[in-house]
Design a protein around this ligand. Structure first.
Ligand SMILES: NC(=O)c1ccc[n+]([C@@H]2O[C@H](COP(=O)([O-])OP(=O)(O)OC[C@H]3O[C@@H](n4cnc5c(N)ncnc54)[C@H](OP(=O)(O)O)[C@@H]3O)[C@@H](O)[C@H]2O)c1
Length: 239
């Protein structure tokens, strides 16, 4: 039977490419999104064209009640999530002295509270099945830091800590837990980044969503069964 995957923030950018890649590898995919239903439907259509099942699930990952309500609709007892990709994330950059509390909280809550609300209910069903994949999209900012991104770097570094700890808790259970730390990837999130920034990237170009999706697809598969607790950079040599 096809494995069932959940990709948060699967309607656009990196998450959309991951959802389609997992479908290409034979998974049925639940596409979570927050507000852009048209974008989510376009991803679902591409998955259906690959002959796989796509389901849409709208919720804000940072809102525990919304996550719980969405999970109740997904019939997880009959069809558990075997592959979870925690991809949803936002940035709200500002120099730290000017950073508003709302900018700090929206970014850290989306990543960190989102990790808790989305991941925690899915762990015990994975433990019972003795198989699972939890892959979380961190960032080069969480590894190296980046000016103007104290909130985002804190959130993304926090995800690395959560990944390493959870990997140790679940290693004996056949469940791998890893983080992927992209550098600059061509998506809506970087549309305001000045083009000359590529001069700081050793490969002199941004990455593509498909390049990140291919890495996540590998980590999601059986061949990656001995990789856990790792933070895998994909950044054109930036870090
Ligand atoms: N692009 C980069 O250069 C880069 C580099 C390193 C790491 N990352 C990380 O990679 C991930 C994807 O980034 P991206 O560039 O693909 O972003 P993006 O193009 O802005 O897409 C973000 C996606 O996340 C969803 N989303 C945002 N907040 C959400 C929430 N609270 N609940 C549920 N869904 C939410 C959006 O849904 P809607 O469509 O409904 O708005 C959308 O599907 C993020 O975690 C980001 O931090 C990106």
């Amino acid at each position: 039977m096809a494995r069932r995957a959940l990709v948060t923030g699967g309607s656009r950018g990196i998450g959309a490419a991951i959802a389609i890649e997992l479908a290409r590898q034979g998974c049925d995919v639940v596409i979570n999104y927050r507000s852009n239903v048209d974008a989510a439907r376009m991803v679902a259509a591409q998955i259906a064209a690959l002959g796989r099942r796509a389901e849409l699930s709208a919720f804000d990952v940072a809102d525990g009640a919304q996550v719980a309500a969405a999970y109740a609709d997904l019939d997880l007892e009959a069809r558990p999530i075997e592959i979870l990709v925690n991809n949803a994330g936002i940035a709200a950059d500002a120099p730290f002295p000017a950073m508003k509390e709302a900018e700090w909280q929206s970014v850290t809550r989306t990543s960190l509270d989102g990790f808790y609300y989305v991941t925690q209910p899915l762990v015990m069903p994975m433990v019972r099945r003795k198989w699972g994949r939890i892959i979380t999209i961190s960032s080069v900012s969480g590894v190296m830091g980046n000016r103007g991104q104290t909130n985002y770097s804190a959130a993304k570094a926090g995800l690395i800590g959560a990944t390493r700890s959870l990997a140790q808790e679940l290693a004996k259970r056949g469940i791998t837990v890893n983080a992927v730390a992209p550098g600059l990837i061509e998506t809506d999130m970087v549309r305001d980044v000045p083009p000359e920034v590529v001069n700081y990237i050793p490969m002199r170009r941004m990455g593509t969503t498909q390049e990140v999706a291919a890495l996540v697809g590998f980590l999601a598969g059986d061949n990656a069964g001995y990789i856990t607790g790792q933070v895998i950079g994909i950044n054109g040599g930036l870090a």
